[in-house]
Design a protein around this ligand. Structure first.
Ligand code: HEC
Ligand code: HEC
Length: 214
C-alpha cells in the first residue's frame, strides 16, 4: 500500500485556516426536521444514533458541525464514501434538503450513553494515549492535534469524535484502510488510519466513545 506522508500541522492549519471559515450553509432547521423524519429509524429521534451489538453502528449526528454533515451527505452521493445503509437516504435529498437536515441535526443536544463494551483498563489507557498524545515512535500524531481540544471538533473540517459510538469510530478507521472512505482532504485521515493496527483501533474507539461530547 502506498504510504502517504504526514503534513506538518502548521501546514494543515494554514490550509484550513482553522477558525476563519464560517459555515456558508443556507439551511432551515424547521424544514430540516420534517425532512429528517425518515432518518430517525437509524439516527434516532434525538439524533444520538444507536449501536446494535455485533451489527451496524449508526452515528450520533446531534451537535456535529452542520457544514461537516452537509459535506458528508455530498460525499455519499459522489461515492467518495461507501455505505449500503446510508447511501439511499443521502440520495433522497436535494441540495437544499441536505443543508436543512444538517442544520437541524447540528442543533440537537449530543448525549450518547454507552459503556466501553469489553474494554479493560489497559485498553482504555492505550486509547487515551493515542487520542491525547499519539505515538511518535510510529509517526502517529494525537487525534486531538486535529480534532481539537478534548477531541470535541474544530471548525467544519475536523469533526468531534469524543462521545461518538465506538462501533462507528472503528468502522470509519477500517473504511479508510479498505478504501471505502476516500473523502478526507489531503488524505489526512488515511495517513493516520493506515498506521493503526486493530488493537489501536479498538482502544482509541473505546476510550473516545466514553468521553462526553460537550
Ligand atoms: C438505515 C439506516 C440509516 C438511515 C435511515 C439513515 N442513515 Fe445516516 N448513516 C447510517 C450509517 C450506517 C452511517 C455510517 C456510514 C459509514 O459507515 O460511512 C450513516 C452516516 C450518516 C452521516 C455521516 C455522519 C458522520 O459523522 O460523518 C450523516 C450526515 C447522515 N448519516 C445523515 C443522515 C440523514 C440526514 C438521514 C435521513 C435523510 C439518514 N442519515 C438516514 C445509517 C442510516
Ligand atoms: C492530521 C489531522 C488529523 C489527525 C491527527 C486525526 N484526524 Fe481524524 N479526521 C481528520 C479529518 C480532516 C477528518 C474529516 C474527513 C472528512 O472530511 O470526511 C477526520 C475524520 C475522522 C473520523 C470520522 C468522523 C465522522 O464523524 O465521520 C474519525 C472516526 C477520525 N477522524 C478518527 C481519528 C482518530 C481516532 C485519530 C487519532 C488516532 C484521528 N482521527 C487523527 C483529520 C485528522
Amino acid at each position: 500500500m502506498k504510504t502517504y506522508p504526514l503534513k506538518p500541522l502548521s501546514l494543515v492549519l494554514l490550509i484550513f485556516g482553522f477558525s476563519t471559515t464560517v459555515s456558508a450553509l443556507d439551511g432551515d432547521a424547521e424544514r430540516g426536521q420534517a425532512a429528517a423524519a425518515v432518518c430517525t429509524a437509524c439516527h434516532q429521534a434525538d439524533g444520538n444514533g444507536l449501536s446494535i451489538p455485533g451489527a451496524e453502528s449508526w452515528p450520533r449526528l446531534a451537535g456535529l458541525d452542520a457544514a461537516y454533515m452537509y459535506k458528508q451527505l455530498q460525499d455519499f452521493n459522489s461515492g467518495q464514501r461507501e455505505n449500503a445503509s446510508m447511501a439511499p437516504f443521502a440520495a433522497m435529498l436535494n441540495d437544499q434538503q441536505m443543508q436543512d437536515v444538517a442544520v437541524y441535526f447540528s442543533q440537537l443536544m449530543p448525549n450518547v450513553v454507552q459503556g466501553a463494551d469489553d474494554a479493560d483498563e489497559a485498553l482504555l489507557k492505550q486509547g487515551e494515549r493515542l487520542a491525547t498524545l499519539g505515538d511518535w515512535s510510529r509517526y502517529i500524531p494525537s487525534c486531538q492535534s486535529c480534532h481539537g481540544p478534548d477531541n470535541q471538533g474544530a471548525g467544519e473540517n475536523f469533526p468531534g469524535i469524543a462521545g461518538q459510538h465506538a462501533g462507528y469510530l472503528q468502522a470509519q478507521l477500517h473504511n479508510w484502510q479498505q478504501d471505502k472512505r476516500r473523502n478526507d482532504p489531503q488524505h489526512l485521515m488515511l495517513a493516520i488510519a493506515e498506521r493503526l493496527n486493530d488493537e489501536d483501533i479498538k482502544a482509541v474507539a473505546a476510550w473516545l466513545s466514553v468521553q462526553p461530547a460537550k
